[in-house]
Design a protein around this ligand. Structure first.
Ligand SMILES: Nc1ncnc2c1ncn2[C@@H]1O[C@H](COP(=O)(O)OP(=O)(O)O)[C@@H](O)[C@H]1O
Ligand SMILES: [Mg+2]
Length: 346
């Protein structure tokens, strides 16, 4: 079969990037050795990459899951770089028809990495096409129409599917089971984030004082993408308001201008907490009610805001809805309604 890997299928989004995106992407770690944190995941990946190279086999299909900005896309790219393979990048919502996936699969070369972001958003038809591709490296095609239609199985070169999702629970069981390895990415600690910030500042030849680094790292919600975003804002602030030097005081000023508090909470985090504590006496409150009250999409609240509030121990998910914890009441300086009070209210 003739495969032309230099031709990008319409949906493959590896082409033109905006200049701003390019700059951000150049900060992406390029190897497992460059990748800071997630040490258990990196150790297992290193073994998988080495074993595949030794056996001359493609790496097993891999699933990364966890909140946004923790390095799922970066790791997919690193896997391709480490195994000297091409990477094809697409996403669940971009693959609307099985034919689009088939067109990508027929262009794949042995050992290539196919990265599907937001893999929980594949539709059923596309997902069904993916099963034999993952399991048997085969593509089942329907040839002809009506009474003369017949199924034809086309062999595919062995490849590695890397999937990423923020919502493991929305992935169907059969799809989940076809990934040979699952990795949950965790929030990063302050030291790891300091390391990431220092590396970025060094690459941009824009030095960052140690004290300022710690301030940024401790307010980055455990998330490299947030840390790098704060770094850019603080760099802009430093060049326009403070002779370019990022001192602790400059970092503090820039962050307070952005309304980011000592815990890294943003305006919306605080609005969610105030809502739960002050309007709903701590809850439980349904996700949709919270979303409507703060005018934000419920998926964004669930993927972006809640994981950090959960991590801080301010929020708990219960079957009846979200509740603010004792810790959240203390943070806002509101007395925690004790059980006696609640009994009287009833
Ligand atoms: N461990 C890490 N070391 C250095 N930079 C990282 C690390 N993890 C993520 N980043 C950076 O954070 C940003 C978000 O990472 P990305 O891989 O796009 O996350 P995700 O795909 O999980 O949303 C990227 O700019 C990436 O370079
Ligand atoms: Mg990503």
């Amino acid at each position: 079969m003739e495969v032309n890997s230099s031709v990008n299928a319409g949906r493959i989004t590896s082409g033109q990037k905006k200049p701003h995106e390019k700059e951000v992407n150049s900060l992406r770690p390029q190897s497992l050795a460059d990748f800071i944190g997630q040490s258990r995941t990196c150790s297992v990946l290193r073994v998988m990459v080495e074993a595949a190279a030794q056996q001359g086999m493609p790496i097993d299909h891999i699933l990364f899951y966890g909140p946004p900005g923790l390095g799922k896309t970066s790791l997919a790219q690193i896997i391709a770089l480490e195994s000297r393979a091409n990477i094809r990048i697409t996403s669940g919502p971009a693959l609307k028809f099985a034919g689009e996936l088939a067109s990508i699969l027929t262009r794949i070369e042995a050992g290539d990495v196919l990265f599907i972001d937001e893999v929980h958003r594949l539709n059923a038809k596309v997902e069904e096409t993916l099963y034999p591709a993952m399991e048997d490296f085969a593509l089942d095609l329907m040839l002809g129409k009506g009474a003369t239609a017949r199924e034809y199985r086309m062999a595919l070169p062995p490849f590695t599917l890397v999937g990423a999702t923020t919502r493991l629970s929305l992935l169907s069981g059969p799809l989940r089971d076809r990934f040979g390895a699952h990795f949950r990415l965790d929030f990063y600690n302050v030291d790891e984030l300091c390391h990431i910030l220092q590396r970025a500042a060094q690459m941009q030849e824009n030095p960052l004082e140690e004290s300022a680094t710690r301030i940024l790292a401790s307010r980055a919600r455990g998330t490299p993408r947030v840390a790098l975003r704060l770094l850019r804002r603080v760099q802009e602030y430093a060049t326009t308001r403070a002779n370019g030097r990022i001192t602790a005081a400059v970092a503090e000023d820039a962050l307070s201008m952005l309304h980011i508090d000592a815990l890294g909470m943003e305006e919306l985090d605080r609005r969610i907490l105030h809502l739960l504590v002050e309007k709903f006496d701590g809850g439980p409150v349904g996700l949709e009610t919270i979303a409507a009250a703060v005018s934000e999409d419920s998926a964004t609240i669930m993927d972006v805001y809640e994981p950090y509030l959960l991590q801080l121990g301010f929020l708990a998910r219960t079957p009846r809805g979200r509740v603010a914890t004792r810790h959240a009441f203390a943070h806002l300086g509101v007395p925690f309604p004790d059980e006696d009070d609640q009994m009287q209210l009833i």
